[in-house]
Design a protein around this ligand. Structure first.
Ligand code: GDP
Ligand code: ZN
Length: 302
């Protein structure tokens, strides 16, 4: 049949061999068009920019544009596969409660670094800060700020910090990750200005006959986009090589190659650059223990 002209689009969700494409140009800009995929395109994911053409009854994606980043997750075979594209920030949400474990933050950071996407550490429920917990949480944020990560605090209850967060997220594509109960849904709802409940989100992901939909893209009213799915929120640590774990610890990766022995385990070896940096207080004990723990958990899961 007749095909319309080639035009740019943005994949906002996908359903097996079909995708929903947001029209990015022309009189239908902003509309959503269900499209089929030409077969040679490889796996397209939410966040991908594409070239598509209108057909008599729907649309067809004819080309995919290059991605600047990929959020990776392992499939059932353990291969890392993209689940979303062109993400700029992985917002790691922690909260005054439930208790923020530094080790869990480190796990998210390792995963973010493995995807080569900038992590942002966001402390939510700042309204619950008090004399008993403030020092610890400020020191925790400070530790990551010192390592070069962006840190923010916010409260969806008092709206504290939300303007700064909106300004950061404008013109970027973000995902929110973090353990259950830290306030991801509340944050997302505040930022979107609508009530995208987890239930609605999973309804969206069940839409259509195909159940393989992974993620959906939403626009923030003040600019920027969110890609969200229950799976992405649980994005944590899967099996990774020792080197990937090491690259997730910036300050340790910087010491790579400085140990006396090439195969140093950074455990008891003489001339270990990690252990001497630890002795000198140049790296934190907490971070070093996280590193060892994550490496050990990789070994156990093998
Ligand atoms: P999620 O599991 O990460 O999506 O967390 P939710 O958004 O469901 O929030 C978990 C609980 O924390 C809910 O009872 C929220 O009302 C509450 N909550 C969310 N944000 C804040 C906040 O800024 N301050 C306080 N005190 N509670 C909050
Ligand atoms: Zn060493």
């Amino acid at each position: 049949g007749d095909l319309g002209p080639e035009q740019r689009g943005l994949i906002i969700s996908h359903f097996g061999r079909q995708v929903d494409v947001e029209v990015l140009e022309g009189e239908h800009k902003g509309e959503i068009q269900r499209c089929h995929l030409r077969t040679h395109l490889g796996q397209l994911v939410t966040g991908d920019q594409v070239i598509w053409r209108r057909t008599a009854d729907s649309g067809v994606v004819v080309a995919a544009l290059d991605r600047h980043s990929e959020l990776l997750r392992p499939n059932n075979q353990g291969e890392l596969k993209p689940v979303a594209a062109n993400i700029d920030y992985i917002v790691i949400v922690i909260a005054v409660e439930p208790y923020a474990h530094a080790n869990l933050i480190d796990r998210y950071l390792v995963a973010a670094e493995a995807s080569q996407i900038e992590p942002v550490l966001l402390l939510n429920k700042a309204d619950l800060l008090n004399d008993d917990n403030r020092d610890r949480l400020e020191a925790l944020l400070d530790q990551y700020w010192t390592l070069g990560y962006r840190t923010l605090s916010a409260s969806t209850s008092t709206q504290h910090g939300l303007d700064e967060l909106k300004a950061l997220l404008a013109d970027h594509i973000s995902v929110f990750v973090g353990q259950s109960g830290v306030g991801k849904s509340s944050l997302v709802n505040s930022l979107l200005g609508t009530d995208i409940k987890t239930g609605e989100l999973s309804d969206l992901t069940r839409k259509g006959r195909h159940t393989t939909t992974t993620a959906r893209l939403f626009h923030f009213p003040d600019g920027g986009d969110l890609i969200d799915s229950p799976g992405i929120r649980e994005f944590a640590l899967w099996h990774m090589t020792e080197d990937q774990v090491l690259q997730g610890f910036r300050e340790l990766a910087a010491l790579q190659g400085h140990c006396r022995f090439r195969d140093c385990r950074h455990d008891q070896e003489p001339g270990c650059a990690f252990l001497s940096a630890l002795d000198d207080g140049k790296i934190s004990e907490q971070r070093f223990h996280s590193f060892q723990q994550i490496l050990n958990s990789m070994q156990d899961s093998r």
